[in-house]
Design a protein around this ligand. Sequence first.
Ligand code: SAH
Length: 230
Amino acid sequence: MVALKVPVSRSLLHLMVDGAAQLGIIVSECKAQQFGLYLSELLRWNSSINLTGITDGQQIIIKHFLDSLAYLKVLELQGDEKLIDIGTGAGFPGIPLKLVSPKLQLVLLDARIKRVAFLKHLSRQLKLEGVLCVHGRAEELAHHAQHYQQYNVAVARAVTQLDRLIALALPYIVCGGRLLVSYGAQIDRQLELAAKVLDEHSAALEKVAQVKLPHSNEVRNIIVIRKCFT
Ligand code: SAH
């Protein structure tokens, strides 16, 4: 077992396991330890580089880890899909998704180099395989052969409004692939903005799923956009 530099209590690990169970996800003892290490490293690095405004362990578990796992309520992964997390910041939602779906081929993309340095460090600490941490702007990397239409799924959280996100993400996705974005309770405006650009990107709104965030009164709306076959 890895010695945590910032100790994480049993009750926090229990909160993680219980919250995941509320989402229908089994987090084993060993997985819970990995989330504990993630939490510990996030807090440690956050004291020198700005990774998150949330600094309370319990709130990190709810608002970052469980909030990220909420995507699985709609994602229904087969296992080894290629997934890109655009504007991942400190790894949300990508790393929690990878921790519970180890076969996922994950690319974490962010424009801020210090955040990417954290992600590389964290991937090593967590001994994650099949994770690539990429520094750059989404609009610039989209047309590189390595990324253009290479992903079954793109995800994003708290990056930008939905019309801009569609323009940023759709080039990465294979025909028939999906973009999943999570927003809070108010999504009418986002859907209005999206409606104006979906055709232009050969995409369609597939569904909006409401998920209650465990250990909280908040609700998330997960918007699923499907890139259509042309
Ligand atoms: N998804 C994370 C981070 C949200 S903050 C979370 O939910 O916690 C938004 C992040 O998107 C920042 O880290 C910022 O650097 C990144 N970002 C914003 N625009 C971007 C772009 N065009 N290309 C790549 N990353 C971008």
